[in-house]
Ligand binder design. Structure first.
Ligand code: ADP
Ligand code: ASP
Ligand code: MG
Length: 399
C-alpha cells in the first residue's frame, strides 16, 4: 500500500491511513506500506535548500528532502501500534534500497528485502519511507519528485507482492486530470503502455518510473482513493482490457518552453550543430520542427523543459556555428497529448484533434506523434479550453 502526500497530510489523516492498513491486515494480508511526506513538506524542504544557495550540493539536497518521508513513516508506525499492530518504520538506507548516484533523481538498482520479509512473516507491518534510498558512497539519495510511487512499485516487485495499491486524493486514473476537466471519466483499467505514455506526458497521478517498473516486473498496480471506498483503476496488460477505446486519455504538461531559430542558413549539419551541444549540456529536447528552406534559409523550432530554457538559450548562442538571423523563446506554452493503443489500427485520430483545436481557433505551434500518441504544443492560455474540447471530441465525456 502506498499513501501520497494529501493522504498523510495531517495527524487525523495518518490515523485514517492506519485504520486502512489495519483493515487490510484484518483481511489476512501481510502488508508493507510506503508513505510520502505530508503534503507541502517536500516543497518547503526544496525551498529551504534554494534559499541556502540557489546552486547547491545535490547530495545535501537529498539529505534534506528525504526527511519528510521519515517523519510520516515513524508517525504511521506509531499509529499502527496504537491500533494494536506490530509495526516499525524503515528509512530507505535501513532496508537498504540501493540506488545509483544521480542525486535528486536517482534510480533504484536493488532492494534487499530479506529482513522485511522475515518480519512480515511474523505478522509485522513494514512502514517504508518513500522517495529515498542509499547511493554508492553511503549517501542518502532521492528518486525525483513523485518518487514514492516508484518506491512502492519497486518494493512490491522485490517482495513479490500480489498487489500494489496506490492510495491518493483521486479515486483512480481518469481520462484526463479531473481537476481541470469536470467531465473526466474514471478508467476501470488502463494498459501499462498507455499509463506510461500518460505519465511521461504529464499526468502526474503516477511517477513515470513507477509505471516503467510495474510494466517490467508485471506488478498489478491499482490507483485508489484514501478518502473513499470507490473501486479504483487497475494498471494491467493490454489483453486484459476487453473494450479498448480509440483514445484512452489526454495529458498535458506545462513544463515546456519553445525556442525558435529564425533564418538559419540551410546546409548539412544544422541539426547536429544545434542539438549536439544541447545533448552535451544534458538538456532534453522533446519536440522539433524544421521548415523547408526558402531563399536558402530555414526556421528551426524545438522544446525543452521550462526550467532549462535559460541554459538552453545560452548553449545554443555560444555554440551555433551556422549563421542565423535571430532567436526567440516562449515560456507560455503547454503540450497536450492524446494517448491510446487504438491509434495503432485506426487512421484519422490526429485529424480529430486538429479539427477540434481549429474550431476553437487554437493555433498549433508544433506537432509530434508516435505509435500510440499525438502531441501538440499550443499557447498555455488555451490549456483548459483545449483539454475540454478534445475530451468531448474523442467521446470521453462522462454521461
Ligand atoms: P499523491 O500525493 O497521492 O502522490 P499526486 O498529486 O502526485 O498525489 O497525484 C494525484 C493528482 O494527479 C490528482 O490530484 C490529479 O489532479 C492529478 N492528475 C493528473 N492527471 C490525472 C489523471 N489522468 N487521472 C487522475 N489524476 C490525475
Ligand atoms: N514527497 C515527494 C514529493 O513531493 C515524493 C512523493 O510524494 O512521491 O515529490
Ligand atoms: Mg504523486
Amino acid at each position: 500500500m502506498k499513501f501520497g502526500g494529501t493522504s498523510v497530510g495531517d495527524i487525523a489523516r495518518i490515523k485514517n491511513v492506519a485504520r486502512r492498513v489495519k483493515a487490510e491486515v484484518d483481511r489476512g494480508n501481510q502488508v508493507a506500506v510506503a508513505v510520502s511526506a505530508m503534503s507541502g513538506v517536500t516543497n518547503q524542504l526544496v525551498a529551504y535548500c534554494n534559499e541556502m544557495a540557489p546552486i547547491h550540493d545535490q547530495r545535501e539536497y537529498d539529505a534534506v528532502v528525504a526527511t519528510g518521508e521519515q517523519v510520516t513513516s515513524g508517525l504511521l508506525a506509531i499509529g499502527l501500534q496504537e491500533l494494536g499492530l506490530q509495526a516499525r518504520s524503515w528509512a530507505g538506507w535501513q532496508i537498504p534500497i540501493m540506488t545509483d548516484d544521480a542525486h535528486g533523481k536517482a534510480r533504484i538498482v536493488d532492494i534487499k528485502g530479506d529482513e522485511i520479509i522475515s518480519l512480515m512473516e511474523k505478522g509485522h507491518v513494514a512502514v517504508v519511507a518513500g522517495f529515498q534510498g542509499i547511493a554508492p558512497g553511503n549517501r542518502v539519495s532521492t528518486l525525483g519528485r513523485g518518487g514514492s510511487d516508484t518506491t512502492a512499485v519497486a518494493l512490491a516487485a522485490a517482495l513479490k507482492a500480489d498487489r500494489c495499491d496506490i492510495y491518493t486524493d483521486v479515486d483512480g486514473v481518469y481520462t484526463t486530470d479531473p481537476r481541470i476537466v469536470p467531465a473526466a471519466r474514471k478508467l476501470d483499467k488502463v494498459s501499462y503502455e498507455e499509463m506510461l505514455e500518460m505519465a511521461s506526458l504529464g499526468a502526474k497521478v503516477l511517477q513515470t518510473r513507477s509505471v516503467e517498473m510495474a510494466m517490467k516486473h508485471h506488478v498489478r498496480v491499482q490507483v485508489l482513493s484514501s478518502f473513499s471506498d470507490a473501486p479504483g483503476t487497475l494498471i494491467c496488460d493490454e489483453d486484459e482490457i476487453v473494450e479498448q477505446a480509440l483514445v484512452s486519455g489526454i495529458a498535458y504538461s506545462r513544463d515546456e518552453a519553445k525556442i525558435t531559430l529564425i533564418g538559419v542558413e540551410d546546409m548539412p549539419g544544422i541539426a547536429a550543430g544545434i542539438f549536439g551541444p544541447l545533448a552535451e549540456a544534458n538538456i532534453n529536447v522533446d519536440m522539433i520542427v524544421q521548415n523547408t528552406a526558402r531563399d536558402n534559409t530555414t526556421d528551426v523550432t524545438f522544446t525543452t523543459p521550462r526550467a532549462d530554457l535559460e541554459r538552453a538559450l545560452k548553449v545554443v548562442k555560444d555554440n551555433m556555428k551556422v549563421p542565423y538571423k535571430s532567436i526567440s523563446t516562449d515560456k507560455s506554452v503547454v503540450k497536450i497529448s492524446v494517448v491510446g493503443v487504438g491509434m495503432r489500427s485506426h487512421a484519422g485520430v490526429a485529424q480529430i484533434m486538429f479539427k477540434a483545436l481549429a474550431d476553437r481557433k487554437i493555433n498549433i505551434h508544433v506537432i509530434s506523434t508516435s505509435e500510440i500518441k499525438v502531441s501538440v504544443l499550443i499557447s498555455e492560455e488555451y490549456t483548459e479550453l483545449a483539454l475540454r474540447a478534445l475530451h468531448t471530441s474523442y467521446g470521453l465525456d462522462a454521461a
